[in-house]
Design a protein around this ligand. Structure first.
Ligand code: ZN
Length: 430
């Protein structure tokens, strides 16, 4: 029954009841943060705000934003709203662009995480009789741990293989009879590539039927490529260390990203002015964690661009729907006055016959602007055919059709671009 809900009472609750629940939780959260945390108290005092002034959900707008810079300033435990000895688990982002973001969890928070992850995976169709190969990297990163907690809560078997050692991934997937795979979308394609090199057909020689992918932005075209190559249904997951890790949304059988809005209160703002935007308008996603104890985020600016709607969904869930992430505002490039997101380039490239899923977007800085070029691998077969200038021309035309921008494309020999077992690096700067 793909349309069964993990928690029908919550997931299909009437929107007005959901809003009442959100308001009650928001008021308690703001009171707690004000009383328990020096940072929040200072910020509210500066804005002349007392928790009692939050009377409606609209009043959320009065609260100051929380930014990544704030988190870094209070690294590692300055935003705790509980005593340190209440913490039983801690995660952190990689910190490649500065100090890592730390996510501490109380027992309550760990249980909550398992619950929202179970809800997400159940919405994807994961059930007790499934065997989930968990190929996210274990470690400080939240990914692997969230998927493990949720799948175990459903009662599925979890293969805790972590990322890497791709040959072994294939043996284990086959021998243990994995029916579901959790990893980054790009790593799933690398596993398929290595399986094919061993003479296996990913779509027919495995029991896999479901993919739970995240931690990377990927286009709808990439999703279709993965589904075809593996013969599976591929689902999107969204989350951030700052919020809880994965588990913020539940993608249903209609491939709609229902926000778990009883725990995560979303807003869309204009990234330049900070003004709240209307339903359906695209802007920056802002989240407030309504129920987390240790490290609640109030109006956290995600830098991710999306829109939110409250459409009725055939799956029966009533929670608001988040669009797929158009890009991170950090990834947005301005080339000759045109706004370009890496996902648009990916969508264009994947229209080209004989293309592989391995490509680089090369940014070259020139004074205060960028020029772009693309390096892409054709498939082995397409490469052997020759006439690669036709292939390049076709790719340039597809990009022009989407962006109205001429971007030179260079075809590389197969296997030139390094493969990743985690987040793929698609954009490189020279
Ligand atoms: Zn739905």
């Amino acid at each position: 029954m793909p349309n069964e809900l993990w928690d029908p009472k919550i997931e299909s609750m009437q929107p007005d009841k959901l809003k009442a629940l959100q308001l009650d939780r928001l008021q308690k959260l703001v009171r707690r943060a004000y009383e328990k945390n020096a940072y929040y108290k200072k910020r509210f005092d500066e804005a002349h705000l007392k928790p009692a002034l939050i009377k409606t959900l609209e009043d959320l707008k009065k609260l100051p934003f929380l930014t990544k810079q704030d988190l870094r300033a209070y690294y590692p435990f300055g935003l705790l709203c509980t005593p340190l000895d209440e913490i039983i688990e801690v995660h952190a982002s990689s910190g490649t662009t500065g100090k890592p973001v730390v996510g501490p969890y109380t027992k309550h928070d760990v249980d909550l995480w398992g619950e929202v992850m179970a809800r997400s995976l159940y919405a994807n169709g994961l059930r007790k009789n499934d065997i989930l190969q968990n190929s996210y990297g274990y470690g400080l990163f939240t990914g692997a741990h969230g998927f493990e907690k949720g799948a175990q809560k459903i009662g599925a078997m979890v293969i805790t293989i972590s990322s890497g050692n791709t040959e072994r991934q294939i043996d284990v997937m086959k021998d243990f009879g994995a029916t579901a795979l959790a990893c980054t979308p790009s790593y799933s394609l690398h596993i398929a590539e290595v399986a094919e090199e061993r003479g296996l057909d990913p779509a027919h020689d495995f029991r896999l039927r479901l993919g739970a992918f995240g931690a990377e932005s990927w286009s709808d075209e990439m999703r279709r490529t993965i589904e075809k190559r593996w013969g599976i249904v591929a689902h999107e997951h969204y989350g951030l260390t700052e919020l809880i890790g994965p588990g913020v949304v539940s993608e249903c059988s209609e491939k709609k990203l229902h926000i778990n809005a009883d725990h995560f209160l979303p807003e869309i703002i204009d990234p330049d002015t900070g003004e709240t935007l209307e339903e359906g308008e695209q802007g920056e996603l802002v989240y407030t964690t309504l129920t987390k104890e240790a490290f609640p985020a109030i109006r956290f600016r995600t830098r991710d661009l999306a829109s939110i709607t409250e459409d009725v969904c055939a799956c029966g869930r009533t929670h608001p729907i988040q669009s797929r992430i158009k890009g991170r505002s950090d990834d947005m490039m301005k080339v000759k006055g045109v706004i370009v997101f890496p996902s648009q380039i990916e969508a264009a490239l994947l229209q080209v016959p004989g293309v592989s899923d391995n490509y680089h977007i090369v940014k070259t800085k020139q004074k205060d602007s960028y020029t772009l070029s693309i390096e892409v691998e054709p498939s082995e077969d397409r490469f052997k055919e020759g006439h690669l200038d036709d292939f390049e021309k076709r790719a340039e035309n597809e990009i022009y059709r989407i962006l109205n921008l001429h971007v030179p494309v260079q075809a590389l020999s197969p296997k030139t671009i390094p493969r990743s077992t985690g987040k793929a690096k698609r954009v490189i700067e020279r």
